[in-house]
Design a protein around this ligand. Structure first.
Ligand code: SF4
Ligand code: SF4
Length: 118
């Protein structure tokens, strides 16, 4: 049987591909515009490590921000509701990202339209 592997010996995992052409990045663009500090995030996970909600649930702000930037937002809104807006993540962020404001803005953005067409 012919192998599909490329010259480096591995296949592209279709399930792990991020289709930026098909994904809806309206929420990400809205947040970049309203809270530019989001562009400074290096996805280090410091916010998640100190997160109050993460201490009791599987909530991960780092993961949610990555999904928003990818435009893979189907599960983000329901998870954002778990945030208690305590602000600890903002205090510890080494890049000065205003995470608390990002969460507040993201909740508003999701509420504007079921289609996220903001
Ligand atoms: S702590 Fe700051 S830089 Fe690190 S993942 Fe969170 S928001 Fe991004
Ligand atoms: S504001 Fe939300 S995301 Fe940030 S530490 Fe508090 S509960 Fe976690």
């Amino acid at each position: 049987m012919a192998s599909n592997k490329n010259k480096f010996g591995f296949d592209i995992s279709l399930g792990r591909q991020i289709n930026y052409d098909a994904n809806n990045r309206n929420i990400a663009e809205y947040l970049f515009d309203k809270e530019p500090s989001m562009r400074r995030c290096i996805e280090c996970g410091g916010c998640s490590a100190t997160c109050t909600t993460a201490g009791f649930t599987t909530f991960s702000l780092r993961e949610l921000m990555i999904l928003i930037k990818r435009g893979e937002t189907d599960e983000v809104y329901m998870n954002l509701k778990k945030c208690m807006l305590c602000g600890k993540c903002t205090l510890v962020c080494p890049r000065g990202v205003n995470t608390r404001n990002i969460i507040v803005l993201a909740k508003k953005a999701f509420q504007k339209s079921d289609e996220y067409a903001i």
